[in-house]
Design a protein around this ligand. Sequence first.
Ligand code: ATP
Ligand code: MG
Length: 507
Amino acid sequence: MLAKITAATLVGLESAQVEVEVDLADGLPSFVIVGLPDTAVQEARERVRAAVRNSGFVFPQKRVTVNLAPADVAKEGTGLDVAIAVGILVASGQLAAEGLEQSLFLGELALEGSLRHTNGILPLVSNAFRWGTRNVYVPESNGAEAAIMANVQVFPAAHLRQLLLHLNGMESLRRARPPEADADDAVVYDVDLADVKGQEHAKRALEVACSGGHNVLFSGPPGTGKSLLAQAVSSILPPLSLDEAIDVSKIYSVCGLLQPDEPLVLKRPFRAPHHTVSHAGLVGGGRFPRPGEISQAHRGVLFLDEIPEFPSNLLDMLRQPLESGNVTISRASGSLTFPAQFLLIGAMNPCPCGWFGDPVRMCTCSPGTVTRYQRKLSGPLLDRIDIHVEVPRVDYEKLTDDRRGEPSAHVRQRVMRARQVQRERFAALPFKTNAEIGPRHVREFCELEEAAQNLMRTAMDRMHLTARSFHRVLKLARTIADMAEADTIGVPHLAEALQYRPKLDTN
Ligand SMILES: Nc1ncnc2c1ncn2[C@@H]1O[C@H](COP(=O)(O)OP(=O)(O)OP(=O)(O)O)[C@@H](O)[C@H]1O
Ligand SMILES: [Mg+2]
């Protein structure tokens, strides 16, 4: 007897339908799975055989052949366990086949028969409706995540026995309810801007960065609040829209970062990889490619603390994603693209000992060491960072001042207003923020008032700006003008943008 069950496998962040065909024939008992890589087959066989027995059913004493079609899709083993087990029970007549054509089975089995948490369930379910699926069966801990896809009915099951009782019509599983999507007010951020004392200049820079999507580099001596400022950034970025939240949740799901109690990610990601991160860990990769830190930071922040400590070849990997907002990973069977649109925030000390330029502590580095340290960041990378800010020592009075600064919630309101201005301006264009304006549109959108044109001319001469930095300054000035709700860029806007340029222009 032949049974056909629908399952799915991941291809990057997308899902591909997999047909699990099970055939039982007379002959010496055996269990063959075709269509999976060798080691995965071995493991799937052991799990399925034990789980079926431990659920109170009989594993057929026949020649069992399982075919996973289509053959040309590389399949990942574990999420197919449940579908294989269900197929074997249908083929052996222990389970009725009616109604299963419109069902999708996902999940890994434990030897004793329980359904284990499986990574990637959200993207696996996301195409199900298009395949004609009405009912989706998933492990219990993946229920809420799967239910985000409102166009199918999701039934979470803790144990294979429970699932089979449901399919046999003896005991019903409860449908999973989709998570609440409008609970952004309840999101609590670890660091609020009000927690950072002093550093008004850096806070302003951070607000400009968030308003226009510009990357930032903080530089200053140890313990002045650079890491603290970076951590506060999530609290002033606008909340995720539902579409953005689903995109981020899919990436988290595939990477196993999704929390069962927070199936829909409402907080903007904040990823802070250590400088010992591997190449694949940062940009993504692996046998079945997984998104790396830069994709996990999609729609959020990538924070590189102590940025000169990162190997320069790793930093150079960021150049393409910073430009295009995605990353392409090639592998034998073609290439995959993961989204990677993030705000880059870097932090560094000005020299290895940390005190170069500090008015109180002496720097113990030789001038050569200082230069070499600062040169570790390559020109092309620095060039993609529009805002360079010094974060100096905070004096005693400011640090012990009990008055709280402006809370993040207020700053965020302004950021959202500035973003709204940009959205309206770019309504018919593919960019959302000023940082994304292409070279063709700079002149059109970044018009300077006459006095500002004179200032720009002087700055070009004095600061030796190149054409490229000229454009970047204009875009930054555009953001500052938007924050002031000004139609054209005036002298104060341009002057502020110019002072965010690095001291040594790298171009
Ligand atoms: N401006 C500040 N306001 C309030 N607390 C601060 C400030 N600066 C530093 N601190 C305190 O010092 C701790 C360390 O700050 P932080 O980690 O941000 O320093 P840093 O500038 O990143 O230093 P490093 O260069 O050593 O990484 C913070 O957790 C906080 O307790
Ligand atoms: Mg730090």
